[in-house]
Design a protein around this ligand. Structure first.
Ligand SMILES: Cc1ncc(COP(=O)(O)O)c(C=O)c1O
Length: 450
């Protein structure tokens, strides 16, 4: 192993230097990767020298998501303390299903979950798990809601005509998961959002009443804390008024921006979160841990067991269920995604996490001010969001993003909302500073669009 660690260290050194010198790569045509990077495998192995050369080449030709010019997705940057934790998780290679196999790593995961539960004022009945991403956290929430509304569903398939609700601006995983849980995508109602991308609670109420009249069973409402395009926060209290009077499960999908719970200044954006039945956030988005790390908590842990536990005598052979996390998780074998978040949290403290979150909003303010004060830009997004959406000089957003990507200048994506398409600039990399934000705009302005 020592030899491989030395190889690792050499390759990472090269990568870190390359990231500084060339933050964005010109993309390699997808059709040529196999040949250019010698991806095919053979019957015989290769020499250690050749192996290191090929591996270095592969790493150096991979898109650089941790640099100062990567703004393409809802993650970016590198929190080194979290990277350290993840590297150690790989070395340890535990599976999180039992205490016997994961030992104190179970305590690491439970610490995170218990702290989050306290932070959102959930009662002692609460519990949670770590899922492999926000989509899977949403799936767990939908399963729990389904099994609460239709307890036979788990054994016999759906026995009731369930319908779920989410805003038109929410993440596609809600609809996708409807297929997974046997509901069918057509049984998710897309509720209208206002011009700022927030779900209209009045439209939700109207739709629920219509469905009740038809004899359908509303079972689940998803409210989003940070919509994928505009970064909008649905009004939780208004939505809760509707769900509570109809006994419907309320889930808060905070995959993108639920981490505002760590910020005294911004947690008001998810005011009312403690009213919800379940809540998730991705530490791999706003908090900058490596992919993936999604925490879901549920107010009444009985639902986690009801929907996720399954007896398996070949697996659960020691200890109480509370320490055998496989009883409350989606998977069987499960990566230790807790350690990287814990190493970060432990090292920089809750205050450090707060700083990470606040920095992103400060950088977004810088970007929004720039766009507002520059006549060549049109702004499409709003305050209190780390998604800054705009167009530049009327250049179609798709063209601008693709031209810059192909030329290896900057990686940024585009999005649409209510018939408008625009560049979606995400200030999620908290290791950036004001100058980096201005450099992004300079990269846009200095490019010669044909
Ligand atoms: C609001 C929201 N929910 C869920 C997800 C899915 O998260 P993941 O990519 O971790 O599955 C995203 C991803 O961007 C998101 O923006």
């Amino acid at each position: 192993m020592q030899k491989e660690l030395a190889v690792f260290s050499r390759i990472v050194d090269r990568l870190l230097t390359a990231e500084q010198q060339e933050p964005v790569l010109s993309p390699m045509p997808a059709k040529s990767i196999e040949k250019q990077l010698h991806l095919s495998v053979q019957q015989e192995g290769i020499t250690t020298e050749k192996f290191e050369e090929l591996l270095t080449n592969l790493v150096l030709n991979t898109p650089r998501t941790s640099t100062k010019l990567f703004f393409n997705q809802l993650f970016g940057g590198r929190q080194s303390k979290a990277v350290l934790g993840d590297l150690l998780a790989v070395m340890l290679n535990n599976s999180m299903y039992t205490y016997k196999v994961a030992g104190p790593q179970v305590g690491v995961e439970k610490t995170i979950i218990n702290e989050v539960i306290k932070m959102i004022d959930y009662p002692e009945t609460a519990n949670g798990t770590i899922a492999s991403g926000g989509s899977m956290s949403n799936l767990i929430a939908m399963l729990m809601a389904r099994d609460k509304a239709d307890p036979d569903a788990r054994y016999k398939g759906l026995t009731k005509k369930l319908v779920g609700y989410t805003s038109e601006a929410s993440h596609y995983s809600i609809t996708k998961n409807a297929a997974f849980i046997g509901l069918g995508t057509e049984n998710i109602r897309k509720i209208k959002a206002n011009d700022k991308g927030k779900m209209l609670a009045s439209a939700l109420e109207t739709q629920i009443n219509e469905d009740l009249l038809k004899g359908l069973v509303p079972f689940f409402v998803n409210a989003t804390a940070g919509t994928t395009v505009l970064g909008a926060f649905d009004p939780i209290r208004e939505i809760y008024d509707v769900t509570s009077s109809n006994n419907i499960w309320l889930h808060i999908d905070g995959a993108y921006c639920g981490s505002v719970i760590f910020s005294k200044k911004y947690k008001h954006l998810i005011d009312g979160v403690s009213l919800a039945d379940s809540f998730n956030f991705n530490a791999h988005k706003m908090l900058g841990t490596p992919l993936t790390c999604s925490i879901i908590v549920v107010k009444d842990k009985a639902h986690l067991y009801d929907s996720l536990s399954m007896e398996a005598s070949y697996l659960y052979q020691t200890n109480e269920d509370d320490f055998n996390l496989g009883k409350t998780s989606l998977q069987c074998g499960r990566r230790n995604d807790a350690l990287k978040f814990w190493t970060l949290w432990k090292a920089i403290g809750t205050n450090g996490l707060e700083q990470i979150v606040d920095t992103q909003f400060e950088l977004a303010d810088v970007a929004r001010d720039y766009v507002k004060n520059h006549p060549d830009y049109t702004l499409y997004s709003y305050d209190n969001s780390i998604s800054v959406c705009f167009n530049y000089k009327g250049i179609p957003a798709q063209k601008l993003c693709t031209d810059l990507y192909e030329a290896g200048k900057v990686m940024v994506g585009f999005g649409s909302f209510k018939e408008q398409t625009f560049i979606r600039f995400i200030t999620i990399n908290a290791t950036n500073n004001k100058e980096d934000i201005l450099n992004f705009f300079a990269a846009i302005e200095n490019f010669n669009y044909q």
